[in-house]
Ligand binder design. Structure first.
Ligand code: ARG
Length: 547
């Protein structure tokens, strides 16, 4: 099917050719109404002041769909019902079955996409916000790669700034060996350094000098800093492995790599008159924004805004990206809007390069309230994984978490309700895994009995037809996710597909049928299994053969 219009798109275009307006095809509400329905005749009748059924009859004469549909029917006040021919449905389902890509299209305009995601902060354990960024960004990477784009993940970890000066100084004070730490103990070190800083002005002075030494590249300071970063990366990698995400060390592009670019960006913006000095700070004012972007503060320090400008410049000019995607919590929307606006103004983001901020909502406790531990501290990502694994095997627990994260609109908050998430019934990840395991079991039995799957040739039953029609839509759903960055569309599709599969089993015996019918039904099973497995894979979820 690569690069072919999907069946609904073709039907819609043909009706539009006759009607002159978008028919707004809708799935039929009942099987006896066929597969799709349009009210276009009712709308035209209104504007033309003619009886709707008469308009419908005239349209039916003109719509050219004999190669794809049964004769069109007029229903009720003037609806036109479309029923796709069984042989056409068999053909499109057969195409999915025979296609190694299961109907996923390769984009006709492949792009170089940077996906900025995960981005935890060194010397701190990942928390629930990083959970969402990691799961969502990983899904985007998978979907964009599957549709033929080149994806460059960028893990913009927080590995630079004043806090590292104080941590290095604290380590030296304690005479501790940084290489013996792990991530939780690095976090404890950070807290000790922080209290020390508040108690002692003398320590605060030394910590400040240490930041200068770090920025200037003092070898001893850099060595200890690097140890802290390595410990942090070890901790992050253990979590990434546990989460089965694609991120590797090669994708780490932390804030520190822009250290040398910061003065360059500042000078560039200042020389071209884009940035101005205001109260000792170098800033960029953008129309429509209440506050300016801070390029360099009045103490000469560079911060988050400038680092992100340097990152954009690098991603566009050095990495060759023409689409930038940022998966970060919704509270940072303003920061990115402003940074994108400055980058446009400065030409770091030329026309033809898009920059998209994909914000996401909060993970709440099962009670729907702010999520925190009994001690009131932020919940770590590992403790969430532990909670889910207490209820189910690791691969199922992970499916539960990822699906819960991706299946409603990303901007929405959601409650981390482990029991609901791991259920094998309802709109959950484990339900889809179960559907996959069940269809696999049928295919395994058939194979043991010597029955082959396919070709898909006989689709007399409405349940078979519904399944075939859904299968043919997989490619367009994946396209939509690649475009709109809304994974819930794929989740909703897979949920519908799994539901159609179970209705199909109920009404259409597979192993107990015979001959071409059995081969055809097994073919439908195999195509459905592949689409579910491929779809789950795009969500970062494993499709078990047994459950
Ligand atoms: N480290 C930041 C945080 O934990 C997220 C960084 C997002 N990416 C970026 N390019 N600013 O909030």
């Amino acid at each position: 099917m690569a690069d072919m219009l999907s069946l609904p798109a073709v039907l819609s275009a043909r009706v539009e050719a006759a009607a002159g307006v978008d028919p707004e095809l809708r799935p039929a509400t009942r099987p006896q109404f066929g597969h799709f329905q349009t009210n276009v005749a009712l709308r035209l009748a209104k504007s033309e002041g003619r009886p709707p059924r008469e308009v419908a009859a005239a349209l039916v004469e003109r719509i050219d769909l004999a190669d794809l549909c049964e004769p069109l029917e007029i229903a009720g006040p003037g609806f036109i019902n479309l029923r796709i021919r069984a042989d056409v449905l068999a053909r499109v389902a057969g195409e999915v079955l025979d296609d190694p890509r299961a109907g996923i299209n390769l984009s006709s305009h492949p792009r170089h996409v940077v996906v900025d995601y995960s981005a935890p902060n060194a010397a701190k354990q990942m928390h629930v916000g990083h959970l969402r960024s990691t799961i969502i960004g990983d899904c985007f990477t998978r979907v964009l790669r599957a549709t033929g784009h080149t994806v460059i993940p960028q893990n913009h970890i927080g590995d630079w700034g004043r806090q590292f000066g104080m941590m290095v100084e604290q380590l030296l004070d304690e005479g501790a060996d940084a290489s013996t730490l792990d991530l939780p103990s690095a976090e404890a070190l950070y807290q000790r350094a922080n209290s020390h800083l508040k108690e002692s002005a003398e320590f605060a002075d030394r910590a400040r000098d240490r930041v200068v030494a770090l920025q200037a590249g003092d070898p001893e300071t850099r060595r200890i800093w690097q140890q802290i970063i390595d410990i942090s990366l070890n901790g992050f990698n253990a979590t990434y492995q546990r989460m089965n995400v694609l991120l590797t060390d090669g994708d780490v592009a932390g804030e520190s790599i822009y250290n040398d670019d910061l003065p360059v960006v500042a000078a560039d913006l200042e020389q071209r008159g884009i940035a101005v000095v205001d109260d000792g700070a170098l800033v960029v004012f953008v129309d429509g924004y209440p506050a300016p972007a801070m390029i360099r503060n009045s103490q000469g320090g560079y911060g988050y805004d400038c680092t992100d400008l340097a990152a954009i410049r690098h991603r566009v000019s050095d990495l060759g990206a023409d689409r930038l995607i940022y998966v970060v919590g919704s509270p940072q929307q303003f920061h990115f809007d402003l940074v994108f606006a400055v980058a446009r103004k400065a030409g770091y983001l030329p026309d033809g390069v898009s920059a998209e901020f994909v914000g996401f909502g909060q993970v709440l406790g099962a009670d729907g309230k702010k999520f925190s531990t009994r001690e009131g501290t932020a919940v770590t990502l590992n403790s969430l994984l532990d909670a889910a694994e207490a209820e189910a095997a690791p691969s199922i627990a992970l499916a539960a978490i990822k699906y819960a994260d991706l299946s409603s609109g990303l901007q929405k908050d959601y409650a981390f309700d482990v029991e609901r998430m791991v259920a094998t019934t309802g709109d959950t990840g484990p339900y889809l895994q179960y559907a996959h395991a069940r269809v696999t079991q049928i295919l395994r039995k058939a194979e043991a009995e010597g029955h082959g799957a396919g070709p898909i040739s006989v689709l007399a039953e409405p349940e078979e037809q519904t399944l075939a029609l859904l299968l043919s839509r997989f490619g367009e759903v994946v396209d939509a996710v690649a475009d709109t960055l809304q994974p819930h569309r794929l989740c909703g599709y897979l949920y519908e597909l799994a539901g159609a599969l179970s209705v199909f089993y109920e009404r259409c015996p597979v192993l107990k049928s015979e001959g071409d019918v059995r081969a055809s039904r097994l073919g439908l099973c195999l195509a459905t299994k592949r689409v579910i497995a491929r779809g789950l894979d795009l969500l970062g979820i494993e499709a078990p053969e047994r459950m």
